[in-house]
Design a protein around this ligand. Sequence first.
Ligand code: FAD
Ligand code: DLZ
Ligand code: SF4
Length: 526
Amino acid sequence: MSKPLLLVLGDQLSLSLTTLRDAPDNAVVAMCEVAEEARYVPHHIHKIGLFMAAMRHFAQALRDKGFKVHYSRMDDADNTHSIIDEAERIAGQYGCDEIRVARPGEWRLWNSMQARQNPMITWQILEDDRFFTTPDDFSQWASGRKQLRLEYFYREQRKRTGLLMEGDSPAGGKWNFDHDNRKPIDAALNFPALPTHRQDALTQEALSDANRHFPDHMGALEGFNLPVTRRQALVDLNHFIEHGLADFGRYQDAISDSSPFLYHSRLSAALNIGLLSPHEVCEAAQLSYLAGDAPINAAEGFIRQILGWREYVRGLYWTQMPAYKRENQLGFQRDLPAFYWNADTDMRCLQRAIEMTIDNSYAHHIQRLMVTGNFALLCGVKPEALCDWYLAVYADACEWVELPNTLGMVLHADGGLMGSKPYCASGKYIDKMSDHCQHCRYSPKQVTGPKACPFNSLYWHFLEANAETLNKNPRMKLIYGSLKRMSDEKREAIRQQAEHFLARLETSPSYGQRCHTEGYIAKESK
Ligand code: FAD
Ligand code: DLZ
Ligand code: SF4
């Protein structure tokens, strides 16, 4: 009789996991804390702490359910510190002849598992059915389409799941209420504080082990407040539904100089490691709408992020990898600006987005897209450098979701698969949506001169530099019209301003080198 090893990865912490269902009595569950996964990019210390604490709690929950669990700790003398080697070592130790694992969240692991040739142990990769769709579902939807647009994918998901549907029609009469969801920051707003999670002995020990093993990683654990158990994740979900959801839509695009979370849910990490299911999160938002507590623009906007974007990027990732990771359609070559690691910049919006990232291992979507992302796009940062940064610094980052957002949505490196046009913007956009500029030494109204906001000249410089590729795009026609109407002198002055700025922009050689030679600086929020 076969004896399987059920390998549960760090982002598979769900009791409903396919690997754990109908497990035979002789099965052994393996969970492996390994240094390789903490270092392949230099993860933020909150992220490492989250994985270590949540994995240890989940192993305990499995034991309580009667599973036989082998848990490899970071300190174990025989730990090989590689997930694949560790799984095979444990399989050998328990006499298992098969390793079962649900599809991992990253292609590199999936590929290594597929390629593994061990005559004693077979690897069986099961489909991860914790999502609304599988990669096969996405592939079927995509087949034969000229363009893959989120909006059409999302409408099908609504019909398929019945979420926010009234018969065959969308609730509220429209599929998308984004038009109502573009309010800028307002000084009178009161954002709900996140629940504070108690750290029990298991969590404290995991965080202390993380700190001891990875002392040079970005951030400090004093401010750690991520949910590490299902119970804590449910507290966060209920809190968001009660206090955040109703205003989520309206202020979804706003940026605050002081609040990192605004009305965002901060549920991404709990969702991505499996403490919450996307189904229960969407259903909770729908219930709140049906009870009259959240308006349709909020519930629809929120559900679209999960049922739409989250599923869409996952489908794109699995159907496009591995070629997707090598895409660089705009031919960007610049290394990452050095201040992405320490927030040492006088550009206030970037300084605050990066400080908040260092403090919380979190930034909301508009900070990622329109501040750090937009700046990297305008400067022409190469995809691999930017992707590694996003993957390292955010607690919710797993490659299936990080890569399409960074390489596709931010850098337009996939030639428009993810977005029909690049999300490039000048300082005017940041000034409109945020309260950063009043604290900044630059002026968003000036394009040239010593006080001019660097986003402004970089914006026009980016459009000029990439005109050959982008001016054919119908959605860019208007802006290229404005560029064309500019006088030659003005264009030349802007070009010089941008080039002067770029020539002085300090870049960071590579994350690996920086990690080992300098360490990362944890800054207190101001
Ligand atoms: P909310 O604003 O409250 O949104 C609710 C949920 O919707 C999120 O928890 C998330 O699960 C989902 N969601 C929202 N936007 C997206 C999106 N664009 N793609 C996929 N899911 C989405 N999200 C990650 O989960 N992991 C990442 O590694 C990641 N990297 C990103 C990198 C860049 C450059 C950009 C622009 C976006 C990235 N996102 C990523 C998407 C998004 O920014 C985060 O999901 C969101 O900020 C998480 O905060 P929240 O839970 O408060 O989200
Ligand atoms: C991100 C991460 C970290 C820091 N540590 C571990 C770990 O020790 N063990 C583990 O199984 N997974 C870890 N992860 C997540 C992995 O890098 C990877 O994203 C997932 O395992 C893919 O399913
Ligand atoms: Fe950012 Fe420019 Fe505003 Fe300064 S002036 S905060 S750099 S947008």
